[in-house]
Design a protein around this ligand. Structure first.
Ligand code: MRU
Length: 356
């Protein structure tokens, strides 16, 4: 049987007219590759979490806007931009919290303006080729960025350490290595024998279904725990560090990540376990001042009451609160690991220095 690590999370199809993704809603039971060709198919795949995780969503958006514009008939730059903006806004509306989505789409727009000299020099074919190259660069950079995050992250742990992670910030959320799992994969290559605890991550179980699957497939010592067990394993001294990914880092270092992350950070602080956030700079949003300004996605009640259960398990008609993310206060974060190094508090200053 093929190993899940041998499949690409997101790729351009050979004909460059489609995006090929692993349908992550079917994992770990079934590994199925699906092709996304239309704007609706791309939007649905992102919304339904067939492709998910901040970096992978960004790469999908970059490829998406390229393939949607590839066959445009726009004769003028203005016609091109009208069509581009309509498709960009549509893709951008698929999920609100992960900033990589708008980051990738804005990067593609900047490219269009640059290549055409702000519309003064419109050559359709040249522009489409440049868009293809840029979307492929976004993916290639993701791999390099994650590897560098892994190298910096690895300096924070030692051989034999216990590491806890929440949700999936692994290869399945990016293109290789992942963010929070990058130090784990690089350490594994060096024979570090980490023991990894994966929070199951209610309600959509990205930790149990995806992180546990990919780490276990890589031959890493992996243990799934329910979300309410993190205090128990930390109390026992089994966890030396927490690594999580993130969907958006605000300018003051507050971090939005999968719901339950702030619980883990709070518990880690109680037991003196360092809590690290792994964040490519594409996930840092200097225009969002604090965590309170981050738009937190609310999702369907059925994800809590029905999905992943054979039968509905909560009473019909009961109210459900289902935020997909929460915000971890920067005071609980021991370090933010980026591709340029490890940021330490005070984060507003460290982030400013990184960007200006
Ligand atoms: O709802 P999801 O599965 O897209 O949420 C994913 C997460 O919260 C990840 O931790 C985050 O995107 C970081 S992935 C590097």
């Amino acid at each position: 049987m093929a190993n899940i690590l041998d499949f690409e999370t997101v790729a351009l199809a050979d004909d460059k007219d489609a995006i090929v993704i692993i349908d992550q809603t079917l994992l770990p039971g079934e590994t199925k590759l699906i092709e996304l060709r239309t704007a609706k198919e791309i939007w649905d795949a992102i919304y339904l979490l067939q492709v998910r995780g901040a970096p992978a969503i960004g790469v999908t958006a970059g490829f998406g806007i390229y393939i949607l514009m590839k066959h445009t008939k726009a004769e003028t730059f203005d016609e091109f931009m009208t069509e581009f903006k309509e498709k960009k806004d549509y893709l951008d509306s698929s999920r609100p919290t992960a900033v990589n989505l708008s980051w990738a789409l804005n990067r593609m727009e900047q490219l269009v303006l640059k290549v055409t000299d702000n519309g003064r020099n419109y050559n359709r074919q040249e522009l489409i080729t440049a868009m293809k190259n840029e979307s492929e660069a976004i993916k290639a950079e993701d791999i390099e960025v994650c590897r560098r995050i892994g190298e910096y992250g690895l300096t924070l742990v030692k051989e034999g350490d216990g590491i806890l992670t929440h949700c999936n910030a692994g290869k399945l959320c990016a293109c290789k290595y992942g963010t929070a799992t990058a130090p784990i994969y690089l350490g594994h290559e060096k024979g570090y024998n980490f023991r990894v605890f994966c929070d199951e991550t209610r309600p959509l179980l990205q930790g149990a279904r995806l992180t546990a699957y990919e780490l276990h497939s890589a031959g890493i010592d992996t243990t799934v725990i329910c979300d309410n067990m993190s205090a128990s394993v930390m109390q026992k001294g089994w966890v030396d560090a927490v690594f999580v990914g993130c969907d958006r880092v605000a300018a003051n270092g507050d971090v939005a990540n999968k719901i339950g992350t702030s619980v883990v950070a709070t518990v880690a602080a109680r037991y003196g376990v360092p809590f690290y956030v792994c964040a490519p700079t594409s996930t840092i949003d200097i225009n969002t001042l604090t965590g309170a300004d981050i738009n937190i996605e609310q999702r369907e009640p059925m994800e809590v009451t029905e999905m992943w259960y054979e039968k509905r398990m909560a009473p019909e008609g009961v109210k459900v609160y289902n935020p997909a993310f929460d915000v971890t206060d920067n005071s609980l974060i021991a370090g933010i690991v980026t591709e340029y190094g490890i940021l330490r508090a005070p984060y507003d200053k460290a982030i400013k220095e990184l960007f200006y």
